[in-house]
Design a protein. Structure first.
Length: 101
């Protein structure tokens, strides 16, 4: 538990598009994590959309160390998937460091 969030990993394979389930109070968020050397495309967004239904989450997000393709951004916007790219990830990490000081 960190910052009021409870986190659990889904199984490594056959995770149905979600790698992490994060809960805070009554909100359940599914997160798809992609560590890629190239921009992340539609498949990751499609996996998150499928995972939302499978895990019955309130929200879903795709987090990457890279960027997203224009097509992935458009698909995410159409399906309510939050995208967190390398810049957003750096901000989240810095905010967490500040809170833990």
């Amino acid at each position: 538990v960190a910052n009021g969030y409870k986190c659990e990993f889904t199984k490594a394979s056959g995770d149905q598009g979600i790698d992490l389930l994060v809960r805070k109070r009554l909100t359940k968020i599914g997160i798809q994590v992609k560590k890629y050397s190239r921009p992340v495309g539609n498949a990751a967004v499609q996996e998150a959309v499928a995972g939302k239904k499978f895990y019955k989450t309130d929200k879903v997000a795709v987090v990457t160390n890279n960027r997203f393709t224009r097509s992935a951004i458009a698909l995410a916007e159409a399906n309510g998937v939050e995208l967190i790219d390398r810049d957003g990830l750096e901000i989240l990490i810095e905010n967490a460091k500040r809170k833990n000081k």
